[in-house]
Write a protein that binds this ligand. Sequence first.
Ligand code: PSU
Ligand code: MN
Length: 301
Amino acid sequence: MLKINDQIIFALREHKPLVALETAVLTHGLPKPLNLETVLAMEEAVAAVGAVPCTIGVLQGEIIIGMTQAQLQELAEKEAVKIGLRELPVVVAKKLSGGTTVAATAYLAHRYGLRVLATGGIGGVHRGAAQTFDISADLTVLARTPLTVVASGAKAILDLGLTLEYLETMGITVAGYKTKTFPAFYASSSPYKLALELCTPQEVAAAARARDGLGLLAAMLICNPVPPAAQIPYNELMALIAAVESEVQDRQISGQDVTPELLKGLAAKSGGRTLAVNKTLLIENARLAAKIASELVQLKT
Ligand code: PSU
Ligand code: MN
């Protein structure tokens, strides 16, 4: 039920820097052909810094740690399950295929010895969660998985204030990377302030090492804002989301489909602009994650 790519085994044994990448963004987050293009560009960005990309996904019930390009292509063509932690055992048993969310990817990455993960934006507390209880399993997994996760904050479709509160409650370190505000995924900044800031890959690695030394079990979320030149400014973004949100509500979409449907709606309403920003931030996050992973392997533990 598990296949660890030979290159990944070698990289782990040789203490090479590794970056885990998820595949829910391939199967559910981005449309074809941008999805595959983007994941491959993330892998390239990691490799360009001298680190080893390790994309995680599931094909015919086999959990693959370090997918090849051919495997990614196959997954992109397939009927795919969105695999959170709780789907994982059933997907394996029934030999299904799918993309792993941050929750499942983080769990697997940690289990097999990786320390850094890059994504676009983590899942979080949805707007209206007081009624729907819709809170991403990303948060509960990150609370007990000591990885360094690089993301442009949480997805802007969420209630960012409630998401920050939840992150605090769960003891997840949230630090801005060269910023004092919580980025809003497609927007480089938001009205939400961050108390902690880290400014270099070395600083991030030192904090991760201190976390490990202290025996703390939660992930650190490193919030890397999309470059301002590429962003959709916060106010504009909020108006866009409000319009799409009411459409999704009218169609009575719930559960796992909410996030993908909102992302799809935003892409349509913005004339594809959100897709371009999403690609940019995914690549930038992969690049920063690779730099952090490279610093981490320098630190003797
Ligand atoms: N980042 C992106 N696009 C995505 C995701 C992250 O740029 O589609 C995915 C991640 O896999 C994350 C998931 O775990 O969205 C969150 O889904 P949910 O809110 O249903 O937990
Ligand atoms: Mn959800």
